[in-house]
Design a protein around this ligand. Structure first.
Ligand code: MF3
Ligand code: CO
Ligand code: CO
Length: 252
C-alpha cells in the first residue's frame, strides 16, 4: 500500500472535495424524466469547470464520465438513454482527477417516493460504509473493515457483494490493497498511516449471484443482481491516520 506525503495529502483533499462537490451537484438533478446521459453530462461539466477531469472516461475503455447504477445494477451502470422514473433508486459514482490525484465517491439518490424496503437497503449501505470507515486505523488490516461491514449488513438480513470492493487510491485510480466488504478482524494486508483507500460496500436485497454485462470495447462490465432485486452502495475516499480515518470526499 502506498503512503502519501503531507503535500500529497493536500492534493488528495482537493481531488476528494471536487469529486464530492460534483456528486452533490449532480444529485440535485435526479428526478423522474431525466436521463442518465444527462446526469453524466452535468457531472462532467462540473468537474471540467472546477479544474479537474473525470477519471472514468477512457479507463479500461469505459466511455462515460460517471457510473449511474439504477435499481438492480450493483455498480458500473453506464449512462445512456435510460429515463429515471418515480420509485427508482440510483447510485451516482464520481471519480475526479485533480493535480494528478484521484477522489472517488458515490451516493444513492431517490427518484420521487421509493419503497420502504428500498430505503432500508440504502440506509444499510450508508451505515455499513460508516462502520467500515470507523474500523480503520494504522496497523489494522483490511479484514477489520470487511468484518465491520459484513457484520452490520448480515444482521440486517441483507447481503454484501464479495467480488468487488474498495481499493487503494492516489495517483492511480485502483491501487492495492483490495478493501473487502467481508472478512475477519486482523486478517489481510496491513493499513498504513497516511495511506489512502476507498470504502465502498455494495449491499444487495438478494443472495443471488451477480451477473456481468459487457460494455462494447471496454474491459469494464456492468454488474447486476441476477434476479433483478435491488442493490445499493455508498463510497468515500479516506486517509488512514494513527487512530482512525479522515474522509477526503466531503463536499464544501
Ligand atoms: N468509481 C468506481 C470505483 O469506485 C470505478 C468505476 S470504473 C469505470 O472504483 F470505468 F467504470 F468508471
Ligand atoms: Co472506488
Ligand atoms: Co467509485
Amino acid at each position: 500500500m502506498n503512503v502519501r506525503t503531507a503535500g500529497e495529502i493536500k492534493l488528495m483533499e482537493q481531488a476528494g472535495r471536487l469529486a464530492a462537490n460534483a456528486l452533490v451537484h449532480t444529485g440535485k438533478f435526479v428526478k423522474a424524466g431525466i436521463t442518465t446521459d444527462e446526469l453524466d453530462q452535468i457531472a462532467n461539466d462540473y468537474i471540467l469547470s472546477h479544474g479537474g477531469i473525470s477519471a472514468c472516461i477512457g479507463y479500461q475503455g469505459y466511455p462515460k464520465a460517471i457510473c449511474t447504477s439504477v435499481n438492480e445494477v450493483i455498480c458500473h451502470g453506464l449512462p445512456g438513454a435510460q429515463v429515471l422514473k418515480d420509485g427508482d433508486i440510483i447510485n451516482i459514482d464520481v471519480t475526479a482527477i485533480k493535480n494528478g490525484f484521484h477522489g472517488d465517491t458515490s451516493s444513492m439518490f431517490f427518484v420521487g417516493e421509493v419503497t420502504d424496503s428500498a430505503k432500508k437497503l440504502c440506509e444499510c449501505a450508508f451505515e455499513a460504509m460508516h462502520r467500515g470507515i470507523k474500523a480503520i486505523k494504522a496497523g489494522g488490516t483490511t479484514g477489520d473493515i470487511g468484518f465491520a461491514v459484513e457484520k452490520y449488513v448480515t444482521r440486517k438480513g441483507l447481503y454484501v457483494v464479495r467480488e468487488i470492493g474498495g481499493h487503494g487510491i492516489g495517483k492511480g485510480f485502483h491501487e492495492d490493497p483490495f478493501i473487502p466488504s467481508f472478512g475477519k478482524k486482523g486478517v489481510g494486508p496491513f493499513l498504513k498511516k497516511w495511506g489512502t483507500i476507498t470504502v465502498e460496500p455494495m449491499v444487495n436485497e438478494t443472495s443471488a449471484p451477480i451477473d456481468e454485462i459487457e460494455i462494447p470495447d471496454s474491459d469494464i462490465t456492468i454488474i447486476v443482481t441476477s434476479d433483478g432485486r435491488l442493490s445499493a452502495q455508498y463510497e468515500h475516499t479516506v486517509l488512514i491516520t494513527d487512530n482512525g480515518a479522515e474522509i477526503l470526499t466531503l463536499p464544501s
